[in-house]
Ligand binder design. Structure first.
Ligand code: PLP
Length: 496
């Protein structure tokens, strides 16, 4: 009996077993079949998967995207040692499940990949990807700083115990109150996005006598190959000072004129879910070039070069995320080379990943309800969640993989559409999911939901938001409680 969790490359997850007498086995999403040799599971919790694969039951550290998912005989999905039916029973559905070991491993991979090459580096967790106190604390414990972009994210990080000096404040329309709050708190870096920011900070620093350490967010005019809604570095962007139209240069001149501002460096973030290293290299080149210009024309040497976030994660089997090591190597090569060529001192290098820290550590569990076959058209399988807890498919046609979590050993014979329960025809979570024919009450698991799911959830249709649990080593702990309808109504003023 196999009850050890397996580490299976995400996106290569078991779809069906061979036959019961062949023992637990996996058919991966790329179509290959593996037999799990459970009888010879050696101590150290390693298991052999056919064709000689050996996968530790700890997350892979070799850069392969892996999460601690497993299959028990009987076709039950296990996440980090916890069978998902247990999670559903204990915490209800829909449920965001985060593999804690995977989160930590991703943080460590980032820190090690940069530090080994470049000691003066700092990884910053972009909390917008998944913001709750438990995650901010985890990131802090792993040596990351935290990027916040709103008063709510700021308060979350602070209450989780992240020192203000380890915070970076972003935002393309910070209010005077938000900036005042950040100044009073002593936020490590305020990232100025536009001239309005600059003017507000000028006025505030004069008034309070405080000094702000700032970075300028620059828009290098680079458009990575990703969905338009998550491109941020192109010329036509609401973010940052344009580098191609001269605004960035003007911003430097004006920032240097403000007495209460210490211009500590420059920042860019070109977009999200990027698989190619080239746009990152181009933006690092562009920013180093700009740093050279600052040194020549203004005699200002930057302390910080913040290259933003953006590396993608695997949602579908064909997705090929960047190896963090290769990404770090490419960035550092540019920084060292350009610093040498331009005669600049080496800056501190920061990166701000969000999705690639948390994305594939997340699995969302749903209960199947109504099933509506439309002969000759499609079958809608409705689950107890939807766009209120995962708006990404509706927002930018994001695609996901799913399994019926208690029927992994059954052949996938049905192609169905997984619909949410919001009152929108566009509330579809997955078009054309290939599954064993779903039945009411089945448990559906959707993978790679760790990023921009919980953090983008809303109360649309006044649905309460799901709970979040961290699982690790066979144990689950609640980190965000499920909302209740009373929570949703709490701010309504009852009619007289
Ligand atoms: N930094 C900034 C300024 C961002 O706007 C974002 C995402 O929008 C990130 C970092 C994180 O990006 P990702 O989650 O793609 O790593």
């Amino acid at each position: 009996m196999l009850d050890e969790p397996l580490a299976i490359p995400l996106g290569a997850l078991a779809r069906r077993a061979l036959t019961p007498d062949e023992g637990p086995s996996l058919t991966l999403l790329d179509g290959s079949c593996y037999r799990v040799d459970a009888g010879r599971t050696p101590p150290g919790r390693r298991v052999r998967i056919g064709r000689g694969w050996r996968v530790a039951s700890q997350p892979a550290t070799d850069g392969r995207q892996a999460v601690l998912l497993g299959v028990k005989r009987g076709g039950t999905l296990v996440v980090s040692g916890v069978p998902v039916p247990t999670l559903a029973r204990e915490f209800g559905t829909p449920l965001y499940v985060m593999d804690e070991a995977r989160l930590r491993e991703r943080c460590r991979t980032y820190v090690a990949s940069l530090r080994e090459r470049y000691a003066n580096s700092q990884v910053v967790f972009a909390s917008k990807a998944f913001c709750c106190m438990a995650m901010c604390r985890l990131a802090h414990d792993e040596g990351l700083y935290v990027d916040v972009a709103s008063p709510g994210e700021l308060a979350t990080a602070v209450r989780a115990g992240v020192p203000a000096s380890h915070l970076l404040l972003h935002g393309n329309n910070k209010t005077p109150d938000e900036l005042r709050g950040a100044l009073e708190l002593g936020v490590g870096r305020i990232v100025l996005d536009n001239f309005y920011d600059l003017e507000l900070l000028d006025a505030l620093t004069r008034k309070t006598g405080r000094t702000a350490d700032v970075l300028l967010r620059l828009t290098p005019g680079i458009e990575p190959h990703t969905h338009r809604a998550i491109q941020t570095g192109g010329v036509d962007s609401k973010f940052g000072f344009g580098m191609l139209d001269g605004t960035a240069r003007e911003a430097v001149a004006r920032a240097l004129d403000v007495h209460g501002i210490r211009l500590r460096g420059i920042h860019c973030h070109i977009g999200s879910q990027i698989f190619d290293v080239e746009p990152f290299v181009q933006s690092a080149e562009a920013l180093m070039e700009f740093a050279g210009w600052m040194a020549r024309d203004h005699r200002v040497v930057i302390d910080d070069l913040n290259l933003g976030g953006g590396p993608g994660v695997r949602y579908l089997p064909g997705d090929r995320p960047l190896e963090i090591d290769a990404y770090a190597a490419a960035l550092i090569e540019v920084v060292r080379r350009r610093a040498r060529e331009l005669g600049l001192p080496l800056p501190r290098v920061l990166v701000e990943p969000g999705r690639s820290i948390v994305g594939d550590a997340g699995v969302t569990l749903y209960r199947v309800g109504a099933i509506k076959p439309i002969p000759g058209v499609r079958t809608y399988v409705a689950v107890d969640g939807g766009m209120y807890e995962n708006p990404r498919p509706a927002l930018y046609q994001a695609r996901y993989q799913s399994v019926l979590a208690e029927r992994l050993d059954e052949p996938c014979t049905a192609t169905v559409t997984i619909a949410g329960r919001c009152c929108e025809s566009g509330d579809v979570l997955i078009w054309d999911a290939v599954l064993p024919a779903p039945r009411a009450d089945d448990l559906l698991a959707v993978f790679s939901t760790g990023a921009y799911n919980y953090s983008m959830a809303s109360n649309y249709n006044r649905y309460p938001r799901p709970a979040v649990v961290f699982v690790s080593d066979g144990r689950a702990r609640l980190v965000v409680q499920r909302e209740t309808v009373d929570d949703v109504l709490a701010r309504d003023v009852p009619p007289a």
